[in-house]
Design a protein around this ligand. Sequence first.
Ligand code: FEO
Length: 171
Amino acid sequence: MIKKTVESAMNEQIKREEFSSRLYLSMAIWCEVNGYPGAASFLFRQADEERMHQLKLVHYVNDRGGKAVLMALTAPETHFDSLSHVFKQVMEHEQYITASINDLFEVAMNEKDYTTGNFLQWYINEQIEEEKTMSTILDKINLIGNEHGGLFHIDKELGLMAAAPVEAKAE
Ligand code: FEO
């Protein structure tokens, strides 16, 4: 049976993953209406992945005798200045999520809940991959600057990444 402290910390993470999904959905929409179809596909897919992260937590909490609770969310941003601005925010958001997963792990460890610690290991590894992927994309975008040909190319590349099998995404 999951302890209340761990359960409520997990519910906070469920909220964060749900917000991540909506944030990336909002970014995907911006990309789609601003001429970046590849980046849009990539971010639509990221939004789906975040929903999967959320669901995984929901099932875990319920399976351990707790109850997942959905909370009110603030609306994500809808306007972005540029593609670089979008991915800079993705990177910052992923770093924030990494920190929150680490905090969650600490809560589980303080409660000697090794089962939850073990479960969270998947998220710790996932964050390493996500930060690596986003930092590679951001580096490329920063290198290109606002050059149109370069942005067209990176958008195409993001589209290909979105079409790749899930396992190959971060490679
Ligand atoms: Fe679920 Fe991108 O962290």
